[in-house]
Write a protein that binds this ligand. Structure first.
Ligand code: GLP
Length: 261
């Protein structure tokens, strides 16, 4: 089962996961990270950039693969995930931009973009640690309900709920692209360690379905139950619908320190 850690705040989650990533990079300077966009992982990136500045963690050889991208946005659009990853992760943390890849959402070559991305991940030796958020629809990456649990990187159609949720980043809801290219659930499951973060009451149902519900394409996040090394980090509000919360707290309080996350 996934390890569930209930933390008092996003800052605390950022510290916990940011430290785990800093340790991974210290052990393996060319570690391969799976990077998520969205507001959820921002505290992790903030803490990691603090560690880089404060403790001199050398991130110059770290490689990274973003989870997903919109299809068809003009090059350099400020809300393209390529730009978001540059602005919110690569620049503040100080990663080498040449080592960080984002799926290609340009219409030209879109038919083969998924296969090319899978090949690039394979050539890098696979992803060591994949950061995940979860959408209100239960999606991970942009794998909306119904996505195959064996899927690889491919083009998907966004649900109207997800388009509405993401409309806040665009001038008008119509501007939110209809299609995206996303690592598949199979791709995500091939990463060696999954770290799923969620904060706030709006995520409580999606978190409970992912961690404790039946494994089902209707709840794409539930695929994490098929993975041998998953860490779920949630605040109290996002943990509110977890029936096993007392056990998760007990296990975390008594976890041997040497095990890490
Ligand atoms: C988007 C991203 C997901 C992310 C989700 C949740 O749809 N494609 O990767 O997990 O939003 O976003 P937030 O973290 O802002 O709640």
């Amino acid at each position: 089962m996934a390890e569930v850690i209930i933390v008092p705040s996003e800052q605390e989650a950022g510290r916990l996961v940011g430290d785990a990533i800093a340790d991974l990079i210290t052990d393996r300077p060319d570690a391969v990270l799976g990077l998520a966009t969205g507001s959820t992982p921002l505290a992790v990136y903030r803490h990691l950039s603090d560690r880089v500045r404060r403790d001199g963690v050398d991130v110059s050889r770290v490689r990274g693969f973003a989870l997903d991208e919109y299809v068809g946005l003009p090059a350099g659009h400020p809300e393209s995930y390529r730009r978001v990853i540059e602005r919110e992760v690569v620049e503040p943390v100080g990663f080498d931009p040449a080592r960080i890849q984002v799926p290609h959402g340009d219409l030209e070559g879109i038919e083969t973009a998924g296969e090319r991305y899978e090949a690039a991940i394979r050539e890098a030796g696979g992803i060591d640690l994949q950061i995940l958020g979860i959408g209100r629809t239960g999606h991970i990456g942009f794998n909306e309900p119904g996505s195959s649990l064996a899927s690889s990187t491919r083009v998907k159609t966004l649900t109207e709920e997800t388009r509405a949720d993401n409309a806040r980043f665009f001038d008008s809801p119509e501007e939110v692209p209809m299609h995206c290219i996303t690592q598949g659930i199979g791709t995500i499951l091939r990463a060696r360690h999954l770290v799923l973060l969620a904060f706030g009451a709006a995520k409580a149902e999606a978190v409970a379905a992912a961690v404790e519900g039946p494994v089902s394409t209707s709840a794409p996040g539930s695929a994490v139950q098929l993975h041998p090394h998953v860490t779920v980090v949630v605040d109290e509000a996002a943990a509110a619908s977890l029936s096993q919360a007392p056990y998760y707290r007990h296990a975390w309080a008594n976890k041997p320190a040497w095990q890490g996350i």
